[in-house]
Ligand binder design. Structure first.
Ligand code: GLU
Length: 304
């Protein structure tokens, strides 16, 4: 119960200071800098919805019958997967969901987003509670035993978020005896628990809770993917910084039911098409690009 309450407070605090995600301006004392540098904000692409889609996928057929498709996503990752106080979702992963949905025959208003945090992704997908999952989800062999992946559509790397005045922590090799917060069921937590880092871990269920603990001086650092951390740092530029020294590779995939190869292929086709026609770059520039992440060409898709 206590954990839930902390999470709710952390999300509320972040929502208050959110900027570019929903287009609102910052309110709290630590005013985020204008991510566009005063220039007109890049516009999100629009996606043409495919008609008469026929794919031999159980999940897709069920979604077609229901007239809606359900995506699992994050709700507390600014510029990636964020839900504002009005329930509006924004971010790069949300755009990836919309472009894929369009190619599967669903418009944005036929998408239902469900918040699914890192620790429960595999079980939620396996139970069939969601059709697809787009939420900073690293493809790896361990997870492939339980779920299927289309992608990768983005390459991130685990990094460290620290307080702006931090001097002692300069990279993953200076964490001995330090309190590092990360998320249950995430790959960066798995990595940082290795004895070679000598860190003391604090394991929570939402990233926003870790960020709040860092601001409150309860932990010394937060570790997860650089793309996620840059979003938090962009919101609190006078309080937080990302070290910029990634120490893992985190290729992002779209998760789905393990045996559904037809859906996997269709989602890979959709990613390929939107990378090719420029939607991907446009979506990036209008979301993640605003948090200071340089655009890099997406990694090659792995089809299996
Ligand atoms: N990409 C990492 C993972 O899939 C960390 C981010 C997250 O927890 O979503 O575990």
């Amino acid at each position: 119960m206590k954990l839930r309450k902390t999470a709710a407070v952390a999300i509320a605090v972040l929502a208050l200071t959110a900027t570019a995600c929903g287009g609102e301006s910052g309110t709290a004392g630590d005013k985020p800098k204008d991510p566009t540098g005063g220039k007109e904000a890049p516009k999100l692409p629009t996606y043409t919805v495919a008609k008469d889609v026929k794919i031999d996928s159980p999940a897709l057929k069920k979604a077609q019958k229901a007239g809606k498709i359900t995506f699992g996503a994050k709700n507390d990752q600014p510029y990636l997967g964020f839900e504002d106080t009005d329930g509006k979702r924004s971010g790069f992963d949300i755009e990836i969901a919309k472009m894929v949905a369009a190619d599967l025959g669903f418009s944005a208003d036929q998408i239902t987003f469900k918040t699914v945090d890192s620790g429960v992704r595999e079980t939620t997908i396996s139970k069939g509670d969601i059709d697809l999952y787009v939420g900073t989800y690293t493809i790896n062999d361990e997870r492939k035993k339980q779920v299927g992946f289309a992608g990768p559509y983005f390459m991130a790397g685990a990094d460290l978020l620290v307080r702006k005045d931090e001097k002692a922590i300069t990279g993953a090799d200076s964490l001995k005896g330090k309190k590092v917060c990360s998320i249950v069921g995430s790959t960066p937590l798995q990595e940082i628990k290795k004895p070679k880092y000598g860190a003391e871990t604090v394991e929570l269920s939402k990233y926003s809770e870790c960020v709040q603990q860092l601001i409150n001086n309860e932990v010394d650092a937060v570790t997860t993917d650089d793309a996620i951390l840059k979003g938090y740092a962009a919101q609190r530029p006078t309080k937080l910084k990302v070290l910029g020294k990634p120490f893992t590779k985190e290729p992002y995939g779209i998760g789905m039911s393990k045996g559904d190869k037809a859906l996997r292929d269709a989602v890979s086709d959709a990613l390929e098409a939107h990378i090719k026609n420029g939607d991907y770059k446009k979506a990036y520039d209008a979301t993640l690009g605003l948090s200071g992440s340089e655009f890099t060409e997406p990694p090659a898709l792995e089809r299996y």
